[in-house]
Design a protein. Structure first.
Length: 67
């Protein structure tokens, strides 16, 4: 999977950051989430999937590319 945060939809709640233990998402200078590191392990992908599910504004998307 490959995640992306649609910045225009993010409200900076921080849910994605806590759900992924700060491994994948972080806040930018404007207090909005961005992808700091793409998930690679199964655990990280699961956590990222949770972040997608629980983001209150559906700002996170999986933009997995065909390989
Ligand atoms: Fe932004 Fe969604 Fe992350 Fe909250 S969970 S900080 S709204 S991307």
């Amino acid at each position: 999977m490959k995640v992306n945060v649609k910045e225009e939809k993010c409200i900076g709640c921080g849910s994605c950051i806590s759900l992924t233990d700060g491994n994948i998402f972080d806040f930018n200078d404007e207090g909005l989430a961005f992808v700091n590191k793409q998930p690679s392990t199964n655990e990280e992908c699961e956590a990222a999937q949770n972040a997608i599910t629980y983001c209150p504004t559906a700002a996170i998307e999986d933009i997995k590319e065909d390989e």
